[in-house]
Design a protein. Sequence first.
Length: 115
Amino acid sequence: MSHKHLENARIFKAFCDETRLKVLSLLQSGEKCACVLLEKVNVRQPTLSHHIKILVESGIVTARKEGKWKYFSLCKPGTKKAVKLLKELTTLTLDESDNTLVGTCRELEIMETSK
């Protein structure tokens, strides 16, 4: 797998778990201490740490340490990248030679019936 695809997979991995989605929802209202997330998400500390690690590795969440506490927040560049990636991967492209959509269901249907 290329570096780009691995990086993209990390972004999507961040979104494919209910607990991580809960954490992201909580962070929408601003930075939160790990202890607050722990209480609100209702998981054990090792489980929260696992989910936070995935979110931070994706670039969507950032962490900072203050004393013995860790604080987490949404990372603006990371969230923008995730939005851009989703848009890119779900946008149909045109075949420039004949201005038809590439890989559409209709195109595949035409190819199947012409066999």
